[in-house]
Design a protein around this ligand. Sequence first.
Ligand code: ARG
Length: 401
Amino acid sequence: MTERIVLAYSGGLDTSVAIGWIGEATGAEVIAVAVDVGQGGESLEDIRQRALACGAVEAYVADARDEFANEYAMPTLKANALYQGHYPLVSAISRPVIVKHLVKAAREFSATTVAHGCTGKGNDQVRFEVGIQTLGPDLKCIAPVRDLALTRDKAIAFAEAKGLPIETTKKNPYSIDQNVWGRAVETGYLEDIWNAPTKDIYDYTATPEFPPAPDEVIISFLQGVPVAIDGVKVSPLQAIQELNRRAGAQGVGRIDVVEDRLVGIKSREIYEAPGAMALITAHKHLEDITIEREQARFKANVSQRWAELVYDGQWFSPLKRSLDAFIEDTQQYVSGDIRMTLHGGQAIVNGRRSETSLYDFDLATYDTGDTFDQSQAKGFIELWGMSSKVASQRDQRASGL
Ligand code: ARG
């Protein structure tokens, strides 16, 4: 039987050419796999037809939008995960769900190998291959752009020589990856890190000449997950989509960073994640009233480690699974409503309420009738400072020796 290779297919030039390129280099049959993670653009059926026209023996398409929102974006939200304090892991969380479908397709079509279109300089090759190794330890991996030297010029020449039905002339100077959780833009003019992004780079967020009136929104959460917007029930996918639209119209969620890639390079990236950033902001503010202080402080450390693991392609690792269990436990009482104003590129919380809140008005109030016994503060402070005070006395003694 002819060997079969499953290819992660986007419908773009590189992966379209890769179908024939892999076939010629390996003699294998190629099965194209396209996964919908809410990237928008063309219909999956058009993409499927193009894969077949480019020589794929089969084309498998999966609508993974709800799966991605529920099982990948929601854990990211529960973690308030921001890599290096900025990046909500847009591309990093889409790779594991794509990997799941690649491995599934490899089983279905009896393929021995999985192929992806990443270069050898980025994080995504690591995320794909570590994921594939973990979920399909018997599967081999190839990366035509990296391993079979498929450069862009060669791709264009190949597409023209074979008359493939793909656009080769449109010159997009940027490398873009997008899904419902956000959009990432890099390379070209952005590689000079002093260059400010131009307006045309943005797609999920508006740069309004005349900013629209502030948009006030109420997001209701149940155990860390958004369940309603302005009182209307939503699924996680709908919550993200709705806030992409509303927060995007107000220019919320633009991020311009130089980040540390796993391969040791610092790279400039522009992100737009209006829905994700509005949700993370709201969720964090709800945690502020529903999670106990020490648990909350510890969770911030866990979240940072979680973000690093996910960024570094360790989605399926045991440590990530253990941290998930901790994070999940913290979400038990993260239920209630957050009111926020979306305006001028910012999402600012201005109200919160929760049945499971730890905010105690009677303890907090400065009005008469509070239940907080101020006389206890004096002794508490005496003991709280004791250890440092004893050490400081020792330091003074020692400096006189
Ligand atoms: N730097 C980001 C990450 O590693 C995004 C990479 C996405 N790819 C792109 N072509 N912009 O997660």
